[in-house]
Design a binder for this molecule. Structure first.
Ligand code: SF4
Length: 360
């Protein structure tokens, strides 16, 4: 769902400024796309539904409820809604629970008002905390937040204040990201004027987070994800463990029947295609088995438990000797050094001779 109240200065996603008159054509287009693709889904075995964005909570509850009536998930399905603390009301929270949403992911980003301003976020930290408390009281007890560090002018003290406040919240999951300044963002244009923490401070911030969160009962189970009470994100685990998924809406990605495709990343072109009963796919590719296996390995390594492989000689010896990876029986995982340099490890894997993938 590509709508946001306004685009944040650091955001590089496909997002359009929300207008109420977008919602009706969007919902109709989405329904057409659903009718076009629903036959692909098995009758049983749906694991998760994820309303992602953008800001899906810009859609009213009736629209979300209608979408769920098309899908008719059973009670075992994890249903997550991404929401912005800015505009979610107590009534919305009750209604989310009522229509079957059982997991909320809130774009909190920081619990320091100065940092939120620098990120051009429009909510206050106290408001984010009160939305989390209200959600919990409404029975939305599977609560996740997004949090960012490496922010302009952020100090270790400021970061620790946020971490300490996070540990007081009734949340079960946290996605932790360091700020990356991407092309085509406002931050990129003013990148030379932004004073972001240096690499050494950034590492200390990560260590602070690991320690504080571990002391509060969070287990880091993926490079960026921490969970309490085993409340792993079932949806995201699917991405990391090669589970097929279908994405709906403008710019949405799918990985289905060994084919990867993306809907056209343009709101009105998407709407028009769906209204005319055409497939809104804008791009597709079919990876050969070698590429798929390499991708399964690199993406799977994000999970700290590692990737299981039954291929005896994976050809990763050089990465193990250099201390990036470790092998434990049939499991390959990142070392603590490898976790810090995940992108480097992936580049190295992509540079390896791949013949072992195809010959096994
Ligand atoms: S709320 Fe999220 S998706 Fe929307 S503009 Fe900000 S960062 Fe991007």
């Amino acid at each position: 769902m590509p709508f946001c109240a306004r685009k944040c200065d650091y955001c590089h996603f496909y997002v359009i400024p929300d207008k109420p008159f977008f919602h009706e054509p969007f919902l109709r287009a989405l329904k057409s796309e659903w009718q076009l693709r629903k036959h692909l889904l098995p009758d049983q075995g749906l694991v998760s539904i994820y309303f992602g964005g953008g800001t899906p909570s810009r859609l009213n509850v009736l629209a979300l409820e209608e979408i769920l009536t098309w899908i008719q998930p059973d009670s075992s399905v994890e249903i997550t809604l991404e929401a912005n603390p800015d505009h979610v009301t107590l009534e919305d929270l009750y209604n989310y629970r009522r229509i079957g949403i059982n997991r909320l992911s809130l774009g909190v980003q920081s619990l320091h008002d100065g940092m939120l301003q620098k990120l051009s976020r429009t909510h206050r930290s106290s408001h984010a905390c009160s939305v989390i408390d209200q959600a919990y009281q409404c029975g939305l007890t599977n609560l996740s937040i997004d949090l960012m560090y490496d922010l302009p002018d952020q100090t270790l003290e400021i970061w620790q204040q946020t971490l300490d406040r996070v540990c007081q919240l009734p949340i079960t999951h946290l996605s932790l990201y360091n700020l990356t300044i991407e092309p085509h963002t406002v931050f990129y244009k003013k990148r030379h004027a932004l004073k972001v923490p240096d690499a050494e401070t950034s590492l200390l911030m990560l260590r602070q987070a690991e320690e504080t969160l571990a002391n509060s009962g969070f287990e880091r189970y993926e490079i960026s994800a921490f969970a309490k009470e085993s409340k792993l994100s079932r949806h995201n685990m699917g991405y990391w463990t090669d589970r097929p998924f279908l994405g709906f809406g403008p710019s949405a990605f799918s990985d289905w029947n060994k084919k990867r495709f993306q809907n056209v990343p343009h709101f009105w072109r998407y709407v028009k295609a769906c209204q005319e009963g055409r497939d809104p796919t804008g791009y597709e590719e079919q990876l050969d088995s070698t590429e798929r296996e390499r991708e399964r390995l690199t993406v799977g390594l994000r999970v700290l438990k590692g990737v299981q492989t039954h291929k005896p000689n994976l050809g990763l010896d050089s990465l193990i000797e250099e201390g990036w990876l470790e092998q434990d029986g049939s499991w390959i995982r990142l070392t603590s050094q490898g976790r810090l340099f995940y992108d480097t490890v992936c580049e190295k894997i992509y540079g390896l001779d791949l013949s072992y993938f195809t010959s096994c």
